[in-house]
Design a protein around this ligand. Structure first.
Ligand code: E4P
Length: 222
């Protein structure tokens, strides 16, 4: 499963790249707002830093407008994935962008049938917002699981990208149902490394090691 960072903050993106665990980045208008800069500078810089796919969202609500924005965004860099909402005009635009060979991420997905339509339109990724469905009293991972089944039933190549991840359990659930990718905010990514027993056992090992005779000139230094 690919891991994407859901952020437009360069400091977070640089740190995640340094950890060596991310395969790409997803942005959205809210992330750009909290990053605090101008998208004309932020988007090219993210694309320069990240070697994998970078999802960048369109703003228009009509297919022609989405197409125009999508072409321009795709022109920023070869690794841009044009992120398009799964509204009627969005699905129409995804079909047109796809016909031009432009990769797309069908976003703000809340039903399996929206995901079916996005796949039929040729979307590269589908982004079900599972955490937001949880907050609405539904089981978000069930949506992702149904999409997995539909895509497998018909051999759709659209990649299942679980989004609106709220905790590491969502990442585990995504991996268990066979999501192709999972995108998460920086604090969740950082939390994936942690378990209190890892810290406890490591501390115990290092404390015991202090009682072991020194290996002069060995691999552990002086
Ligand atoms: C995904 O691509 C979206 O940017 C993101 O996951 C939305 O999540 P949110 O519910 O945290 O805004």
């Amino acid at each position: 499963m690919k891991i994407f960072l859901d952020s437009a903050r360069l400091d977070e993106i640089k740190q995640a790249i340094d950890w060596g665990v991310i395969d790409g980045v997803t942005t959205n208008p809210s992330h750009v707002k909290s990053a605090g800069g101008n998208p004309s500078e932020i988007y090219p810089e993210i694309c320069r830093l990240v070697s994998g796919p970078v999802s960048i969202e369109t703003i228009a609500l009509d297919a022609e407008g989405i197409l125009r924005e999508g072409r321009a965004l795709a022109g920023i860099s070869d690794n841009v994935i044009v992120k398009v909402p799964v509204i009627r005009e969005g699905i129409k635009a995804i079909k047109m962008l796809s016909a031009e060979g432009i990769s797309t991420n069908a976003t703000i997905n809340f039903t399996p049938i929206q995901a079916l339509l996005a796949a039929k339109a040729g979307a590269t990724y589908i982004s079900p917002f599972i955490g937001r469905l949880d907050s609405a009293g539904q089981k978000g991972i069930d949506l992702a699981s149904q999409i997995r089944q539909i895509y497998d039933n018909y051999g759709f190549k659209t990649q299942l990208l679980t989004a609106a991840i709220r905790h590491p359990e969502h990442v585990l659930q995504s991996a268990l149902i066979g999501a192709d990718a999972c995108t998460m905010a920086f604090p969740i990514l950082a939390g994936l490394f942690d378990h209190h027993l890892t810290d406890t056992v490591l501390h115990q090992f290092l404390t015991d090691w202090e009682e072991v005779p020194k290996w002069i000139g060995g691999p552990y230094g002086d």
